[in-house]
Structures are given as structure tokens and as C-alpha cells.
Design a protein around this ligand. Structure first.
Ligand code: CAA
Length: 246
């Protein structure tokens, strides 16, 4: 196994933390970004007490200049990025007829424009080194749509359009580009959905429960592996059977 470097955006969140730990367990050096320094330091110290050593760098993925500085800071700490996981994301759920321009823009900037902001400063290094893994964390709701999520579903569907174009442009450079589309996973984001709505959604999942962050991280680790070199442009659904479109 070759030790690589990985940048996981939003690594402090529920799915992000599981991804960071999984990649570290595979022997890679892992960095993530933060906007709240105190929270990030507390997270890093807690991870350290469990044997995980993560690099943390400031950066707002929704802002082009900030993301560029963030990538540079991460590369200064762990070296040129080999594995990029575009994981940072937010929701601003509301039905479209009530949605404000700010709710639309915040979600598109954080979930979709971030893919440009973070990947653009990293891609040249991957192409020069002739190896890379880029993984977008999208969502089941980018595949099937969701009542109250026109902004979020648009951003998440857009991420896969980004994946399949980048996959074509970079295939010759040893770079694979894939999307993972999680269903409803037990994280703060899903806990924020009103209890009655969440119960109805959970009842639609054939496996009979919400997902665990580790069940998403496992797939990210699989796609980041050296041996996943012929998988590119894929969209891997991990949702307990909630949506089986293809
Ligand atoms: N299908 C049909 N009708 C629905 C519906 C659905 N899925 N959901 C709600 N409605 C209906 C209600 O029954 C209600 O109808 P009546 O007025 O006739 O009683 C009406 O919509 C309520 O509409 P409002 O405009 O008043 O909406 P609201 O302000 O009460 O809130 C909402 C609506 C914000 C969409 C709320 O239902 C909600 O939070 N839903 C969950 C959205 C969701 O799944 N978010 C995922 C977050 S987690 C995540 O995003 C991670 C991931 O990737 C999976």
C-alpha cells in the first residue's frame, strides 16, 4: 500500500470525520479545513486522544480566494494532495415558493461552487504527478429530488455533472473522479429534519434504518484505493435501498 495525502473538506462533520478516520487507517496523511478554530482544535485534540493525527487548516470552501489559501496551507503541512474528498455541505431547507436568494446562493456556493474552488488549485499537481483520486460527496436527493430542497438537490445533482466531466478530462493522467451519493445518515444535518418528517423518511428505507457515517466512509476508502484505478465517472448510491435508480 502506498501512503498518500488526503484533503477532506468539512472533515469535522459527521460523515467527514468518519472519512478522515478511514483514510488515516489506510495509512494516509489527512488534512481538513475549518471555519471555527476553537471547534476545530477541540475536534483535533479529541481525535488525537483516539490515536488519529489530523492536520487542520482555516478555509471557507464557498469562497474562491479562501479555498485557494486553504489548499496551499494543507499542502504546506502534508504535501501535494493526492486524494481530494469534496465533502463540505449545508442545507437551507424550505419549499421553493418561500426560498430567499440567500438560501439558494449559500447552498449552491457551499455545495457546488466549492468543487471549483477546492479542486482547481489541486488538479495541476495531480496531473503532474500522474495520480489522483477525487470524490464528490453528493446525496440521494441529487438523484431523486426532495420536497423542500430545490437548492440542495440542484447543487448535489450538479456535483455529479462535475464528476463525469472531470473524469473524462483526467482519465489519461491516472486520476479517477467519482461521486458517492449517501442517503439519510445519522448526522447533525439529518437530526435537524423535524422529527415527524424524519420518521416518515426512515419508514421508506428498505434496510429499515438510517445509515451510519462509517458506511459512507467505507465506500470513499474503496474509491480512494490504488486498486480502484478503473472506476471513474461512477455515482455510487449508498442509501439502504431508499433509491435504486440507475
Ligand atoms: N411530499 C408531499 N407533500 C409534502 C412533503 C412531501 N415529501 N413534505 C411536506 N409536504 C407537505 C405537508 O404535508 C404540508 O401539506 P399541507 O399544508 O397540505 O398540510 C406542506 O407540505 C407543508 O409545506 P410548507 O410549505 O408549509 O412547508 P414547511 O415550512 O412546513 O416545511 C419542509 C417543509 C422544510 C420541506 C419540511 O417538511 C422539511 O424539513 N422536510 C425535510 C426535507 C429533507 O428531507 N431534508 C433533508 C435534510 S438531510 C440531507 O439533506 C442529507 C442528505 O443528503 C440526505
Amino acid at each position: 500500500m502506498t501512503a498518500r495525502t488526503a484533503l477532506v473538506t468539512g472533515g469535522i462533520g459527521g460523515i467527514g470525520t468518519a472519512i478522515c478516520r478511514h483514510l488515516a487507517q489506510a495509512g494516509h496523511k489527512v488534512a481538513t479545513n475549518y471555519r471555527d478554530e476553537a471547534k476545530a482544535r477541540a475536534w483535533r485534540d479529541a481525535q488525537k486522544s483516539e490515536g488519529f493525527d489530523f492536520a487542520i487548516v482555516p478555509g471557507d470552501v464557498s469562497d474562491t480566494t479562501s479555498a485557494e489559501a486553504m489548499v496551499k496551507a494543507a499542502e504546506d503541512l502534508i504535501g501535494g494532495i493526492d486524494i481530494l474528498v469534496n465533502n463540505a455541505g449545508i442545507t437551507r431547507d424550505t419549499t421553493f415558493h418561500k426560498m430567499t436568494a440567500l438560501q439558494w446562493q449559500e447552498v449552491i456556493n457551499t455545495n457546488l461552487n466549492s468543487c471549483f474552488n477546492v479542486t482547481r488549485p489541486i488538479i495541476d499537481g495531480m496531473r503532474n504527478r500522474k495520480w489522483g483520486r477525487i470524490i464528490q460527496i453528493s446525496s440521494i436527493n441529487g438523484q431523486k429530488g426532495q420536497y423542500g430542497q430545490a437548492n440542495y438537490a440542484a447543487s448535489k445533482a450538479g456535483m455529479h455533472g462535475f464528476t463525469i466531466s472531470l473524469a473524462q478530462e483526467n482519465a489519461k493522467f491516472g486520476i479517477t473522479v467519482n461521486t458517492v451519493s449517501p442517503g439519510y445518515v445519522l448526522t447533525e444535518m439529518v437530526r435537524a429534519v423535524p422529527e415527524d418528517v424524519r420518521a416518515k423518511i426512515a419508514a421508506q428505507i428498505p434496510v429499515g434504518r438510517l445509515g451510519e457515517p462509517d458506511e459512507i466512509a467505507y465506500a470513499v476508502g474503496f474509491l480512494a484505493d490504488e486498486r480502484a484505478s478503473w472506476i471513474t465517472g461512477a455515482n455510487l448510491s449508498i442509501n439502504g435501498g431508499h433509491y435504486m435508480g440507475w
